[in-house]
Design a protein around this ligand. Structure first.
Ligand code: ADP
Ligand code: ASP
Ligand code: MG
Length: 464
């Protein structure tokens, strides 16, 4: 049975400064069913923390970066009338400096996650205090009490059973006492009590996991755009917001690079049938996008819904003459990739070669190249293999439903691509996407031309 609660999440720009946090407070005041609020770090803070954890070569560089963090936080702290909180934040900044000094000598993922967690920890305290000043019955709640994960630092995997048990014990009683709980997104805790993080952009995922554990009615992701658009509105300003999407369509979009949702956000929602809303903190009246199971795309007519870009792609081509009329080559390649925790997005094969795309930088909290010497050596050990790697590519995905039954769509797409070199094309694995790989420098032009051919008002009727 679902609880009547709603979980809300405010992203980095939504809590970037005092004004923005007060807008969040207005949203919460007008939505009494929201009882858990998940917050990100103030916009820009996590990038500075990544610098502190990984790019500082000497202790002298630390104070400059910490000053940049203070410049973001101080105006918010000063607006809070609570001396205890002022000294608490000061103590946290001192602790951060200490950990940053350690990281100059000791560069571990464990220490990095501890450093990265400061952004969300401070943010949740600040937002809770400002909400209270805005007459909301808000209380800070340490999410690490409930967000239990494995010890895969930088990209930890949540332990749902444990999260559910802890939420029932520690969170539900407070909710039943009419509290609005403000907690950190992005961070968790492993079985030994060490801080973990869920990967960049992971606060959306935190909100969905808490909603699942609470059996909440819905999750509301408040961000800086009024919903999910047909394409990133920063790239295609004429793109329109989409009123409703099915879980599948939204999951494809998030997987293929629509940054507005972390790719894992839809998993808890799908498995527990929790509706997800995406809207703008700054224009809540504009409405937004509802993502529900109801948009059952199998029953709808074929439709193109959106385009997304997944940046930083590599194309690896493996050529082996042993593959000619032989069995088991693909199995060997994929078992090596699996051993290195690499998930492949697109694959094409010919008689003697396979080409596959990989993320250049993984989705961990601190991006690292997935293409390591160890991986290449192990692939070479298959024997008699030529490996080539092409860099600086982008994967463009056209997302919709029943696209494999959509007569003429490939023709329209190819017409839009007349002036580009498409390095790889994939259509048919699922009815939900058509993917093409292009040079990163062409990606914006490709998106605009696809939009003009398939989405703009004058062409929309022809493609539906
Ligand atoms: P937050 O900090 O709130 O999590 P993000 O920056 O992670 O916000 O995500 C919001 C951004 O996602 C938008 O500003 C927009 O540029 C980008 N974006 C990419 N694709 C889309 C899309 N299809 N619809 C809306 N926004 C998109
Ligand atoms: N603050 C983290 C990041 O910038 C998590 C989030 O904002 O979702 O990646
Ligand atoms: Mg985000």
């Amino acid at each position: 049975m679902q609880n009547p609660f709603v979980v809300a999440k405010f992203g980095g720009t939504s809590v970037a400064n005092l004004n923005a946090i007060c807008q969040c407070a207005e949203i919460i005041k007008s939505s009494p069913s929201v009882r858990v609020v998940v917050v990100s770090a103030q916009s820009g803070v996590t990038n500075l923390l990544v610098k502190l954890a990984h790019h500082v070569k000497s202790v002298h560089e630390i104070s400059g970066i910490v000053d940049d963090i203070k410049n973001i936080l101080t105006p918010i702290v000063e607006a809070i009338d609570c001396t205890y909180l002022h000294s608490d934040i000061k103590q946290r900044i001192d602790d951060l400096v200490f950990l940053a000094q350690m990281s100059v000598r000791l560069n571990t993922k464990e220490l990095s996650d501890e450093i990265l967690s400061f952004g969300e920890r401070i943010s949740a305290q600040l937002v809770a205090a400002i909400f209270r000043q805005n007459k909301i019955n808000a209380q800070y709640f340490n999410v690490q009490t409930v967000m239990k994960t494995n010890s895969n630092f930088s990209q930890a995997k949540p332990n749902l059973d444990e999260i559910k048990a802890q939420v029932t014990t520690h969170m539900l009683p407070l909710l039943l006492a009419d509290q609005v709980l403000i907690c950190e997104g992005f961070i968790g805790m492993d079985a030994k009590g060490k801080t973990t993080t869920l990967g960049r952009g992971g606060s959306d995922y935190s909100a969905a996991l808490l909603a699942q554990a609470l059996q909440a009615k819905s999750v509301k992701i408040w961000t800086d755009v009024a919903g999910i658009y047909e394409a990133d509105p920063r790239i295609i300003p004429q793109a329109r917001a989409i009123e409703s999407l099915s879980f599948n369509e939204a999951a494809e979009l998030a997987t293929f690079g629509a940054k507005v949702l972390h790719p894992a956000t839809l998993w808890p929602a799908i498995s527990s049938n929790i509706d997800v809303f995406v809207g703008s903190t700054f224009s809540p009246k504009m409405g937004g996008t509802w993502i529900t199971a109801k948009g059952n795309s199998l029953k709808e007519p074929p439709q193109i819904r959106a385009i997304a870009e997944r940046k930083n792609q590599l194309l690896m081509t493996l050529k082996s003459f042993d593959m000619f009329h032989a069995q088991g080559f693909l199995a060997k390649v994929f078992s090596i990739l699996a051993k290195h925790n690499i998930s492949v997005d697109l694959v094409t094969t010919s008689e003697v070669s396979i080409a596959l795309t990989l993320d250049h930088i993984g989705s961990q909290s601190v991006g690292e190249s997935l293409l390591t010497e160890a991986l290449l050596d192990e692939l070479q050990s298959i024997g008699n293999l030529e490996i080539s790697v092409e860099h600086n590519l982008s994967l463009i995905a056209v997302v919709g439903n029943r696209l494999h039954q959509h007569k003429g769509i490939s023709a329209k797409l190819f017409a839009a691509l007349e002036s580009y070199n498409v390095r790889l094309f994939s259509h048919g694995a699922s009815g939900h996407n058509i993917c093409l790989l292009v040079a990163a420098e062409d990606a914006k032009g490709v998106m605009m031309d696809i939009y003009t051919h398939l989405f703009s008002e004058s062409t929309k009727e022809r493609v539906r």
